[in-house]
Write a protein that binds this ligand. Structure first.
Ligand SMILES: [Zn+2]
Length: 282
């Protein structure tokens, strides 16, 4: 599933390619991909609009237009791709195509069909219809103080479940959460409320570093992710625990896989201890 670094990679690549371009009428190969408004209203509303810029909140790509906002969420297997000319013949999972008036084209391909697009009138609708339950972006909109304060407010719940909760903070998914917990030495089953101040600070720093590296390496391609030009990410070669069950951690222990918050979870039983002794708490 594309997470914050993958969506940010797409944003950075796509923005200079489509800024200033005007949408022609879109082609709806699978109209149910449109979450809002109805497919006819979506097509009519998008045709003739010009791209101003692209921003991101968590895993949402927010394409600001001269009138209205186009929003894309890739969910599990979605890819938003750009082509100068015709659509490639090999694209088996094409759901929507967005041709521009200059002949170039943006298209949405999605094997599992969970990805969605919205066309809203402005920032109020963006907030009320699309982002109602979505917290601040964990990379761009949350400083260390806010993170620690929000963490302290949570009375129950495992730290992994909390980081995956997009209402707490937007952007983290399964891969980067496992990597961040490993780098901060926290067991994924730890109750979030038992983190000391130092542990919470270390976790915040690990999140900043891991997400920045993920972006620097163009995201992680585990199965389906491709950037806007169809290229694979490179961060998978840097993963310390995710997808490495049975391999050795740098400490020599064997990486294990378990289930936490209903998700496959990779961790090192030596580097990530379940419970801290009371004297280590501050
Ligand atoms: Zn280890």
């Amino acid at each position: 599933m594309p997470e914050l670094p993958e969506v940010e990679t797409i944003r950075r690549e796509l923005e200079p390619l489509i800024r200033g371009k005007k949408f022609a009428p879109p082609l709806m190969h699978m109209p149910s991909t449109v979450a809002y408004p109805d497919p006819e209203g979506f097509a009519a509303g998008l045709a003739g609009r010009t791209v101003k810029n692209i921003v991101r909140r968590g895993k949402y790509l927010i394409i600001n237009l001269d009138r209205g906002i186009l929003v894309v969420h890739l969910r599990m297997t979605g890819n938003l791709l750009y082509a100068e000319g015709a659509l490639p013949d090999k694209e088996r999972f094409l759901r929507l195509s967005f041709p521009f008036t200059d002949g170039s084209i943006l298209y949405f391909s999605d094997m599992r069909r969970f990805g969605r697009v919205w066309l809203v009138a402005g920032s109020d609708e963006l907030q009320n219809i699309v982002l109602r339950r979505i917290g601040p972006d964990i990379f761009n909109e949350m400083d260390r103080k806010q993170f620690i304060e929000l963490l302290k407010k949570r009375e129950r719940g495992r730290i992994k479940a909390l980081l995956l909760d997009q209402g707490f903070a937007a952007g983290m998914g399964n891969i980067y959460t496992d990597e961040c917990l490993f780098r901060s030495g926290l067991h994924p089953r730890r109750q979030a409320s038992t983190l000391s101040r130092v542990e919470a600070e270390n976790l915040y720093e690990a999140i900043r570093v891991v997400l920045a590296e993920g972006i620097e390496y163009g995201g992680t391609t585990f199965r389906d992710y491709r950037n806007a030009r169809g290229a694979l990410g490179d961060f998978q070669s840097r993963l310390a625990v995710y997808g490495r069950k049975g391999e050795r951690c740098h400490c020599g222990s064997v990486i294990e896989k378990t289930a936490v918050a209903g998700r496959g979870t990779y961790y090192c039983p030596n580097c990530q201890t379940e419970c801290k002794e009371p004297e280590e708490e501050t």
